[in-house]
Design a protein around this ligand. Structure first.
Ligand code: DQA
Length: 173
């Protein structure tokens, strides 16, 4: 399973940027935690951070057919970018949106997410843990859809052992 993680603009500053809002964990430590979690589920992660809307859109476009899922913190573009929303929708892969802060408890202009509507779900307000929770949710969604797509294999029925025979004696026959 392959998952693309995109951190949007200004998230390279995590750790020193408004720690009361965004916490003290820097981006490198968040990424380490995501890699650890992904490895424990045998998931391959590609992580990028970009301050450029066009680059984020190109990365999402390139993920189509190559990645199974997208974990994204669109940061400021959450509230402004129709183009990013269109890119997520066009990619046709399961996406989960995350935010460190609770955007609904902040300024009114942050209450609207243009991108969440084309994602499977959104997690916000848990600081760095939002990323971990988002990745777990995304892996859950992808695992469920892979299981549903797998052809049904009937579970082999076990023949009841005959009275007086052991599996060893049956093998000798
Ligand atoms: C953010 C919330 C956005 O409103 C803001 O522009 C960000 C960070 C968050 O993770 O809480 O840059 O996406």
């Amino acid at each position: 399973m392959n998952i693309l993680v995109i951190h949007g603009p200004n998230l390279q500053l995590l750790g020193s940027r408004q720690p009361a809002l965004y916490g003290t964990a820097d981006l490198a430590s968040i990424n380490r935690e995501l890699h650890r979690l992904a490895a424990s589920h045998q998931v391959m992660l590609t992580i990028v951070q970009s301050n450029h809307e066009g680059e984020m859109i190109s990365r999402i476009g390139a993920a189509r057919g190559r990645c199974d899922g997208l974990l994204i913190n669109p940061a400021g573009y959450t509230h402004t970018s129709v183009a990013l929303r269109d890119a997520i929708e066009a990619a046709g892969i399961a996406a989960v949106e995350v935010h460190l802060s609770n955007i609904y408890a902040r300024e009114p202009f942050r209450h609207q997410s243009l991108t969440a509507g084309v994602c499977r779900g959104q997690i916000c307000g848990f600081g760095a843990a939002s990323y971990r929770l988002g990745l777990e949710a995304l892996i859950g969604v992808l695992t469920a859809s892979q299981t549903a797509q797998r052809p049904h294999q009937p579970t082999p029925s076990r023949r009841p052992a005959r009275a007086g025979s052991t599996s060893a004696s049956r093998r000798r026959r």
